[in-house]
Design a protein around this ligand. Structure first.
Ligand SMILES: [Zn+2]
Length: 77
């Protein structure tokens, strides 16, 4: 898709804000350099840290946030 221009970061960040308004959980931005690339629990705990093409689970244990205990959907272990 080299004939298609990149989606501007501001558009992605706006989409993130709209998602938050509609109570979507665990929103993150991918394939961009942004402060919003990591998955953050609503309690503020970082759940997954992403940098470039690498991701590391940092705040999920047994399918739950290590800080508040809220369940996190997905397979992380
Ligand atoms: Zn939490």
């Amino acid at each position: 898709m080299k004939n298609v221009s990149r989606t501007p970061l501001t558009t992605l960040e706006r989409a993130r804000e709209i998602g938050k308004q509609f109570k979507l959980q665990n929103i993150y931005l991918g394939n961009v350099s942004s402060q919003f690339t990591s998955t953050i629990c609503e309690c503020g705990q970082e759940l997954v840290n992403r940098s470039g093409y690498h991701g590391m689970v940092t705040g999920i244990r047994s399918g739950k946030c290590v800080s508040c205990g809220k369940g996190v959907y997905g397979q992380f272990e």
